[in-house]
Design a protein around this ligand. Structure first.
Ligand code: ADP
Ligand code: MG
Length: 725
């Protein structure tokens, strides 16, 4: 990279020292954890007893909260927040854009005598009215009914956002239109958790449990890249698209595999410690940090929580990562594929279900009875993933994830389940019926199902699977680093809800007809396994053979977003979402439209940026070098020499420069398209014409990078960005 920027970057990196960072705070984690959260403990000490109990009932049983209680809660919340320095509050929500939104209001209310007091009523706590008209609604909200409102979600605790010199009380909320349609990601998530709970409770009841509610739990592992901020600022593509649109593969990539779990550089460690300290204070239970496979790639993972709270916390993790990086002279990249040729970033969504007492329903138990129940829930998930693979695939579709899925490093775009040998063996025997033992010892009798005690890590590791059983939970690995886990959670919940409903209905029927529960389960499981086992695949998901085999099995292979998104509004999906009251037809179509539009906008921005970078960065540098080579050839000739090699260099360079011009024009021309008002046609054009034109232009740009002298090249290179730390 030319000159000054690189020089500055390198001296900044050289001069940076750990002492500049704040003292690592993780050591004080226990004291500071949750210190900025209006948590259960705080509520208990601050709220009048009746109000506290009413609020708990709302949180644990979904009971409506009456206005006097809301007033009491609001007043206690405000006092607590003001004592901690808060001057403002915000209803924090997750519109369909993919990020979070907040509008801050002051607590201050003028008293009329030239003074002011801090005020916050139950009404203000429960409902806010941000101007909704600038958030995407996918046509759900015509301008004359542009109003939307935010509704307090009492199940996710409020917290204090400290930023610069201001402190704001952040209240997690749902965002709905005036007519009650969901304009956000939280509303369908809450609805889907409720729906799943109802069906799961039916099954638990058959097994004699008195549980009234089941919650879904999740623990998302976040991968990210950290590069020096100077490099980041020198790259218009990173700033505007989140990924590099040009960049030749460096001589050293990730082939030496010397980064995974390796020692974490000091500066990165200081950053991680700061991020963890900030997250602890706002009650996000982050636990794990390590280097990832690609150079300059890392991971942060929390301990799992209730899926709704975990989804809010996940957004806070992403925001904290981005916000903290500049303090350490770094930039955090959450894009699915910031660098071509090295691994992209995913977000493994660990998912399970738990009853009111905290018993994990996907944990194999100690007794035969527990294990029978475990197998029923596990089979329900297998059936759900098989039956609703299209929906699950669509829930993780985006322009960014298209670069990652199936790229020989991330799970393929074909959904399948990795069960591990032991569980696969058990299900195979169940399918055959009457098997008495398993490969791994222990007994299995479908009359009285007895499983060997599965070790906690029974699911072996298989990095190539998009959906893996890992001992006591499933791990949805195709989820992308950059996305909210809201959609994938909803898709999973709804699919499993439908499956649990089916299984509960079958089992109830059999039991009512006089069968023992054991017999009912022994009859149902083989059928479910037989019908759904095609989704189980324990082999190498990256292999070409798997693609063929999956085709034979009739599994969907939706290679890109444009192919995948229609699954979101396939008639059976719409019917299922309506049946369980998760999203109605309009709400679902709105999400579909927004996702198609987002795809179009993303590719369009990237294409435009490439044209700009080719014309204003790469071409001038290449022309500059071309001139110098031409001058050198001419000088040699003038001096009576031949300059054979010089002439060859000039020819190659000229060919690339001409190609760059042609390919830039071709891309610019491809971008001049509007789909005649059809977003789908537009999307197909982006996929079939624009993206290949971008690929071609990149190829030429990257060839030039390998020729143009280091001092002339205007962009930070992969070699620098990924390896100078
Ligand atoms: P790894 O997959 O890297 O071996 P772990 O198995 O410890 O790591 O867990 C990864 C993530 O899965 C963590 O966030 C963890 O809290 C979460 N997890 C563990 N149990 C459950 C569960 N029952 N439900 C949801 N997430 C879980
Ligand atoms: Mg994992």
């Amino acid at each position: 990279m030319g000159s000054t920027v690189l020089g500055e970057a390198i001296s900044a990196i050289r001069d940076w020292s750990v002492t500049e960072a704040k003292e690592p705070r993780a050591s004080r984690a226990a004291e500071s954890f949750g210190s900025l959260v209006f948590s259960d403990a705080v509520q208990q000490t601050r709220l009048p007893k009746p109000a506290y109990h009413a609020l708990r009932r709302t949180i644990t049983h979904g009971e409506a909260l009456d206005h006097s209680v809301a007033d009491a809660v609001a007043s206690a919340m405000k006092e607590w927040a003001v004592e901690h320095g808060a001057t403002h509050y915000t209803h924090w929500f997750q519109p369909l854009t993919g990020i979070t939104a907040e509008k801050h209001d002051s607590f201050l209310a003028p008293t009329g005598d030239g003074k002011a007091v801090a005020e916050f009523s139950g009404k203000e706590l429960i409902r806010g009215e941000p101007d909704a008209s600038s958030f995407p609604s996918g046509g759900m909200r015509s301008t004359f009914e542009a109003r939307g409102y935010t509704a307090w979600d009492p199940t996710s605790p409020p917290w204090l956002l400290k930023s610069g010199n201001s402190t704001t009380l952040v209240i997690p909320t749902a965002f709905v239109s005036w007519t009650g349609e969901a304009l956000d990601k939280k509303t369908p998530l809450l609805r889907s958790m409720e729906a799943l709970s109802k069906q799961a409770v039916r099954i638990l009841k058959l097994f004699g449990s008195t549980a009234e509610r089941v919650i879904t739990t999740c623990g998302p592992e976040q991968e990210y890249f950290l590069i020096d901020r100077y490099f980041y600022l020198s790259r218009p593509d990173l700033i505007n698209a989140g990924r590099t649109l040009f960049g030749a593969k460096p001589p050293k990539g990730q082939e030496l595999e010397d980064q995974y779990f390796g020692a974490i550089p000091d500066r990165v460690m200081a950053f991680m410690s700061e991020v963890e300290g900030e997250l602890y204070k706002v009650g996000v239970p982050v636990k794990t940090r390590h280097n990832e496979v690609a150079p300059s790639q890392y991971e942060i993972a929390p301990v799992f929580e209730n899926a709704n709270v975990a989804t809010d916390h996940q957004m806070m993790v992403m925001e904290t990562l981005k916000r903290s990086a500049p303090k350490f002279g770094l930039a955090c990249l959450l894009h699915e594929k910031p660098f071509a040729g090295v691994n992209g970033s995913g977000k493994h969504l660990n998912w399970s279900m738990s009853d009111g007492e905290g018993n994990n329903l996907l944990g194999p138990g100690a007794s035969p009875h527990d294990n029978m129940q475990f197998l029923v829930f596990c089979a329900a998930v297998i059936r759900a993933v098989n039956k609703w693979q299209g929906l699950l695939r669509a829930s993780i579709a985006s322009a960014g994830n298209d670069h990652r899925l199936g790229a020989n490093e991330a799970p393929p775009a074909i959904l399948s389940i990795f069960l591990g040998d032991m569980l696969t063996d058990i299900f195979e025997q169940i399918e055959k019926g009457g098997a008495k033992s398993t490969k791994h010892g222990g007994e299995l009798d479908t009359g009285v199902l007895v499983l060997p005690k599965l070790p906690r890590d029974a699911g072996d590791r298989n990095r190539t699977s998009p959906f893996a059983f890992t001992g006591n939970k499933f791990e949805f690995r195709a989820v992308s680093a950059n996305q909210s886990i809201g959609y994938p959670n909803v898709a999973l919940n709804v699919a499993v809800t439908e499956s649990l409903d089916y299984m509960a209905t079958e089992l109830e029927k059999a039991v009512k007809g006089g069968k023992s529960l054991q017999q009912a389960v022994a009859d149902l499981l083989p059928k479910v396994i037989k019908e759904n086992k095609r989704i189980i695949f324990n082999g190498n998901g990256y292999s070409k053979e798997w693609e063929k085999e999956a085709g034979k099995r009739g599994l969907l292979n939706l290679k890109n977003t444009v192919d995948a998104l229609p699954q979101l509004v396939a008639p059976p999906v719409v019917a299922m979402f309506e049946k369980y009251k998760i999203l109605n037809d309009r709400e679902l179509h709105a999400r579909y439209e927004i996702m198609v539009e987002t795809y179009n906008k993303t590719v369009n921005v990237e294409g435009q940026l490439m044209v700009l970078m080719a014309n204003r960065y790469i071409l001038p540098a290449a022309l500059d070098y071309q001139t110098r080579v031409a001058e050198s050839v001419a000088a040699v000739k003038a001096a009576g020499g031949k300059s054979i090699e010089g002439k060859k260099t000039l020819d190659v360079l000229t060919r690339h420069v001409d190609e760059l011009r042609r390919r830039t024009d071709k891309l610019a021309h491809a971008l001049d398209h509007d789909g005649n008002g059809s977003a789908e046609k537009h999307a197909k054009h982006f996929r079939d014409v624009v993206i290949p034109a971008m690929g071609a232009l990149r190829e030429t740009g990257d060839q030039l990078e390998l020729m143009v002298p280091h001092g002339t090249w205007p962009l930070a290179t992969y070699r620098e960005m990924l390896f100078i730390k």
